[in-house]
Structures are given as C-alpha cells and as structure tokens.
Design a protein around this ligand. Structure first.
Ligand SMILES: CC(=O)N[C@H]1[C@@H](OP(=O)(O)OP(=O)(O)OC[C@H]2O[C@@H](n3ccc(=O)[nH]c3=O)[C@H](O)[C@@H]2O)O[C@H](CO)[C@@H](O)[C@@H]1O
Ligand SMILES: C=C(OP(=O)(O)O)C(=O)O
Length: 466
C-alpha cells in the first residue's frame, strides 16, 4: 500500500497519514459460487461515533468489536491530536480522555471522514469550546451540518462557521450547555448523535424530536448509558436526555455492521450461492432481508446471531426507495443496484436521502448493466449476465457494488477506488477469498495485470438462469 505524506500545518515536519490504497486495485475473476461462512465485524458507523463519545468520559473506556478500517484509524488520529490516549489490541480499543485538553480538531483528518465532525458535541460538552473543520466523508451530496449547529445553539452555545471551521463555545461561567427542546427538520443520524452526546453533560433535560432511529444511534445511546448517562427513547423519534455532571469508565461492545452483513447477503444472492453469516443482528437487517425476499432470495435465521442465505432459482426485479431507518438504508442502495442489474424485468431505484448517490450506475453499465439515471431515480433493466471490465468506485458503497457485480460478471473485473472501500469494509477481499471468491488485491498498475494467478480458475461456474 502506498503511504500518503502531507505537510503538517506548522510546516516543521511531515505528518504520516494512514495508508491509502490509491495505487492498489482489486482484480476479480467472476462467475463463481461462494460457499462457507463469514464473520461480520463491528459496525463502522457505531465504532466511529462511540470513539467520539469516549471524549465525554474522563476515565478509561474499553471498546470491543472495533472493526479494522481506515476510518477508525483516522478517527483515532483525530482523538490523539486532541490529547486522548488510545491503544488498540486486535478488536479491542482502549481510550482514555482524561488528558484531553485541546479543543482544535486537525483539518487534514476531519476533512477525510464525516463522523469526526460529530465529536464537536462531546468536545464542547467537556471543554466548553470546540473548533471543528467542516467534515469530509463520501461525496454523495452537499451534506451540510446546519442541524448540528442549530441544535447546539438551542442548547446555549455560540456557534459560527468561518473559513471552513465551525467555532463553538459556551458563554457564561458554568461552561455547561443547557437542556433544550430540539426539533430536527430531517431525522439526521449525525445531528441526533452530536446533540445526544452534547446533552449527556448539559444542565437539565434535552428532548430531540424527529430523531434518527438508526441502530447505530441506539448503540451510541447504550454506550453513553453504560458510562452513566440518562438517555430515554433511543430508537424512537423522541429521545430525552437528562444531563449529569460527569460520566464514568466503562467497557462496551459494538453492534455488528448491518451494511457489511447486507453486502455479503447481496454477494451471495448475485452469485446464487449459499453462505452463512455469523455475529449479525437480524432485526437491524429487516428492510434488507424483506427486499431480498421480493427479489426471490431467501434468508433464514439459523440462530439468534446467524443467518443463512439460500441460492435463488430466479432473481426478480423490484422497486427500492431509500428512507431513514427503519426504511431501506441508503448505504445498501448501490449493492442492490448491482443485484437488480441481473434480475428479470425493470426495477426503479429512488434515492431520497442523498442528492448525488447514483454515480455507480455508469460504472455498472461498463460491466454490461442497462441502467438509466433521471434525477434521483435509476431505471434498471435487468440483463442476463454482466461481463468483467475495468471500473472505478466513486465512493464507499459504490466500490462495494462494483465488487459484488464483479463476483457475478463473466471474466475479469478490475476495480480502482480502494481508498473508499477500505474506509468502511473490514478486509472485504480476504473475507470474500475465504468464501472461495477469485479475488486479488494488487498494487501493480492495471496495464500490467493481464494474467490471472495460477490459483485462479478463470472458467466461470455460474451459468445464467435465463
Ligand atoms: C458516519 C455515519 O454515521 N454516516 C452515516 C450517516 O451519515 P450522516 O449522519 O452524515 O447522514 P444524515 O442522516 O445526517 O443525512 C441525511 C440527510 O440529511 C441532510 N442533513 C444532515 C445534517 C444536517 O445538518 N443537515 C442536513 O441537511 C444530509 O445532507 C442528508 O441529505 O447516516 C447516513 C444516512 O443513513 C449514512 O448514509 C451514513 O453512512
Ligand atoms: C456514507 C457513508 O459513510 P460516511 O458518512 O462516513 O461518508 C457510508 O458508510 O456509506
């Protein structure tokens, strides 16, 4: 992997950022069935915000089931820049924010991931002041932070955005935010999380109306409750938080990643394979499992944390509209577009959460799909088979969609854009290899990667069913 060096802001030395897989590609020889068992990692979107939540506690926090992701590494770098001590051992992350005194989050890191911005809530609650650059994350829409800002203002903070930095402080001597009644125009996941964390240490009660109900919001609430926070109603659209002066040390295990699990379900469905997934939370996957059912793919619960997906006789077209939880998740929209591209009939996919999240359609078309995009709607005309080609992932889930499409496509698919994939999937290529996929990561330029490795059988074993 290439390592990216950037100049630190004081110009005295070079800061080393996490490895960036820009020069790497994934090569997939598609058309093979998967088989066996895959263990799902902890949820990216929980891990990142729970790491931010650990700032609320002046003692030790031990977080278990932390996925191995570039985003987690970067979030760790944001926290260490604030003076937090972190130690990772396998999937356990120890965080100690007792010495955290800096209220300035580093621009170079915050601009690379969305969740880092959510730390503005705990930083402000602990220190009474926060300087947070506007965030990065997947380029899937404008992604403003107005709801975070308005909520903090309602709790008594002075907040101004200047030169790309969000400056916030709590006026007065108490240095504590004040409980407030907050209505969110949109049930934003990030705004709900920022405000919920800020409210745990505020004076009095905060009520968040039209709150996000995503499982990761509930996970964050449970983590804060484990630290002594008083939070009621997480998972419903009205969350009430009664502020306490201090939170205490805790040990907490992150929920399984429902989007990673959903991606493996789609990978099995598109290759007409039977696999099992363990360490999953089936309830969080209901909208995904229901949609797979519409397409003709059965998913059965083997045990409380284990799912089996069965090979479909036929894949059938269906319509999808993305919605906040418990609706169909926007993060699964791209992998489902790959699946529907080989389903019988026409499917309509309507992306309602983000305004620019259909860019994978044109890359899927390179693989032989027949997809037209009009505004926020994609019309997917099912084709019998995809054929391998060089493609580029334009964001995290777009890259994942190309991986699952490549597994089904005839011949070789080469995928660039792994810096997105590695942000949010814990060793996806290795897990797929263990399921028998013919997939290889290489840092050799695409032009030099003509020949398939000897271990790989280029002859496809999946035959189109129609
Ligand atoms: C790190 C993390 O948890 N990322 C997830 C989180 O992103 P994130 O928290 O950024 O997503 P939001 O739920 O906030 O965004 C939903 C919609 O609200 C809009 N909005 C949001 C905040 C705001 O202040 N103003 C505003 O207009 C956004 O532009 C978007 O159109 O939820 C998304 C929706 O499930 C997921 O796709 C992301 O994977
Ligand atoms: C959009 C996503 O992530 P982020 O909010 O971190 O950009 C995602 O996980 O699909």
């Amino acid at each position: 992997m290439e390592e990216r060096l950037i100049n630190s802001s004081n110009g005295l030395s070079d800061a080393k950022l996490s490895p960036v897989a820009d020069s790497s590609v994934l090569q997939i020889w598609g058309g093979h069935h998967l088989q066996g068992h895959v263990k799902i990692s902890g949820a990216k979107n929980s891990a990142l915000v729970i790491m931010a939540g650990a700032l609320l506690c002046s003692g030790d926090c031990r977080i278990r089931n932390v996925p191995l992701l570039v985003d987690v590494e970067r979030m760790g770098q944001v926290l260490s820049a604030l003076g937090v001590r972190l130690q990772r051992n396998g999937d356990i992350l120890d965080i100690n924010a007792s010495d955290f005194t800096s209220s300035k989050a580093p621009y170079e890191l915050v601009t690379q991931l969305r969740a880092s911005f959510f730390a503005i809530g705990p930083i402000l609650a602990r220190l009474g002041v926060a300087q947070m650059p506007l965030p990065g994350g997947c380029a899937i829409g404008a992604r403003p932070v107005d709801l975070h800002v308005r909520g903090l203002q309602a709790m008594g903070a002075e907040v101004q955005i200047e030169h790309g930095i969000c400056n916030a402080y709590i006026p007065g001597n108490s240095r504590r935010l004040k409980g407030a009644k907050i209505y969110l125009d949109i049930p934003s996941v990030g705004a709900t999380e920022t405000l919920m964390m800020a409210a745990t240490l505020a004076e009095g009660e905060t009520i968040i109306e039209n709150a996000a109900r995503e499982p990761e919001v509930v996970d964050l609430a449970n983590f804060c409750i484990a630290m002594g926070a008083k939070i009621y109603g997480a998972g419903t659209s009205k969350i009430s938080i009664v502020g306490v002066p201090k939170l205490h040390s805790t040990e907490y295990s992150i929920i399984p990643d429902r989007i990673e699990a959903g991606t493996f379900l789609v990978a099995a469905a598109i290759t007409r394979s039977e696999i099992t997934l363990s360490q999953v939370a089936p309830d969080a996957l209901l909208p995904v499992i229901a949609k797979l059912g519409d397409i003709g793919v059965s998913v059965v619960e083997e045990s409380p944390n284990c799912l089996r997906v069965l090979p479909a006789e036929r894949l059938l077209a269906t319509d999808i509209e993305t919605m906040p939880h418990p609706g169909f998740p926007t993060d699964m929209q791209a992998p489902f577009m790959a699946l529907l591209s080989i389903a019988e009939g026409d499917s309509l996919i309507n992306e309602t959460v983000f305004e620019n999240r259909l860019r994978h359609a044109s890359e899927l078309n390179r693989l032989g799909a027949d997809i037209r995009v009009k505004g926020n709607t994609a019309i997917v005309r099912g084709v019998p088979i995809l054929s391998g080609a060089p493609v580029i992932g334009t964001d995290l889930r777009a890259a994942a969609a190309l991986v699952v499409a490549g597994l089904a496509a005839n011949g070789k698919t080469t995928i660039q854009g792994l810096r997105y994939l590695d942000r949010g999937y814990d060793r996806l290529d290795l897990k797929l290899q263990q399921l028998g996929a013919k997939i290889k990561r290489t840092s050799i330029p695409v032009a030099q990667t003509e020949v398939s490795p000897t271990a790989v059988n280029p002859e496809p074993s999946i035959t189109p069913k129609r």
